[in-house]
Design a protein around this ligand. Structure first.
Ligand code: M6R
Length: 352
């Protein structure tokens, strides 16, 4: 049950520290600095990787693809509903990873079946033992987030990101010591964010806004997309996420004093450039909420600061996203929305 929590979503947001501990358990060898995913022991190193997913899982996939590419592995992300094995080169040296919490999403299942049919090696990255994706794929890696009841995906997103970081370590056959150190510290840092977040105060200030925008760059660009998806899903308000550089290519026309902008201003994701975008929206009167690991650097430029601890740049997006989850949660709570079961949505989408 929900225990003392008002909603499953809130409970699941607060379970993220535990979820990450579970995801990591036994998978990093502190002696050798090696990542061990027993499930992937039989996997041959692929020439290329394609990730297929929907919704929040697609945002995790975008994060994973960037990480893979940064390690020299050719990786591409596809919305599962747009994936056609016949239109992309797929062969037995292609690893197709289906990122799906439920393991039952129809679009993702179709993409995985097509990939299998085209001779690809397939991997299900899922939370659900025995799910359709786990059965369809040649390999399976469990994210171990524990059951997620809220329709809005929260802890499964964090666990997918960590699991994709582990898969990257396996495929790249290397992991930086600083990154492994960051992984070890991540559960405690998540707890720090949960205990100190100032996100609740934003709900009163911005409940009447027309729309909410989210901007991020590089590692935090997928988090900007995810922040906006969560906001629209549970508040029913207009929200959009962009790669910060895209702002002036169109979305800036929508920015007014009634459109708060959440800016992911983190070291390691070109903070100075995104600060330039912050100035552009402020010149149009938009309030700016920074999610940052560098409060001293950014606070004089923004209206609110949601702080996250410093960590390895690969892991900052996981911490930053938790602040955005809380911001959406408190706004939806203030609006009295049906947070755990938003209108028109289902936990698992089993039709294409
Ligand atoms: O079970 P899956 O991870 O395949 O689900 C994919 C999407 O339906 C899911 O992430 C959806 O976008 C969430 N409700 C977002 O919170």
């Amino acid at each position: 049950g929900k225990g003392s929590y008002e909603h499953y979503m809130k409970k699941e947001i607060h379970e993220q520290s535990r979820a990450i501990q579970d995801c990591l358990r036994g998978r990093v060898d502190p002696e050798t600095n090696h990542i061990l995913l027993e499930e992937l022991a039989e996997l041959d190193l692929p020439a290329t990787v394609q990730l297929v997913a929907c919704g929040t899982s697609y945002h995790a996939a975008r994060y994973g693809a960037r990480l893979l590419r940064e390690h020299g592995i050719a990786a591409q992300t596809f919305l599962a509903s747009e994936y056609r094995a016949e239109t992309v080169p797929v062969d037995e040296e292609t690893l197709v990873i289906g990122v799906t919490q439920s393991g039952e999403t129809a679009d993702t299942m179709r993409a995985l079946r097509e990939a299998n049919g085209a001779g690809a090696v397939t991997l299900a990255l899922t939370n659900t033992v025995g799910s359709s994706a786990a059965r369809e794929c040649d390999h399976v890696c469990y994210i171990r987030a524990g059951p997620e009841i809220g329709v809005a995906a929260t802890k499964t997103f964090a666990s997918q990101q960590v699991a994709l970081a582990l898969v990257t370590g396996v495929l790249a056959e290397t992991a930086e010591p600083a990154f492994l150190q960051g992984l070890a510290e991540l559960p405690a840092q998540i707890q720090t964010v949960l205990e100190n977040s100032q996100a609740q105060a934003l709900a009163d200030a911005y409940v009447d806004s027309d729309a909410y925008f989210f901007i991020g760059r590089e590692y935090t660009a997928p988090v900007a997309l995810e922040g906006a998806l969560k906001m629209k899903e549970i508040t029913y308000k207009h929200a959009e996420g962009f790669a910060a550089g895209e702002l002036k290519h169109g979305p800036l026309a929508l920015v007014t004093e009634r459109t708060p902008v959440f800016a992911l201003l983190t070291e390691g994701s070109r903070l100075e450039k995104t600060l330039g975008n912050v100035k552009e929206v402020q010149a149009r009167g938009a309030p700016v909420i920074a999610v940052t690991d560098a409060p001293q650097t950014v606070e004089r430029y923004v209206d609110h600061v949601l702080e996250v601890p410093s960590t390895h740049p690969y892991l900052t997006p996981i911490l930053a996203n938790i602040q955005l989850q809380l911001a959406s949660y408190w706004l939806a709570n203030r609006l009295g929305r049906s947070i755990d079961k938003p209108r028109n949505l289902a936990k698992s989408v089993t039709v294409e």
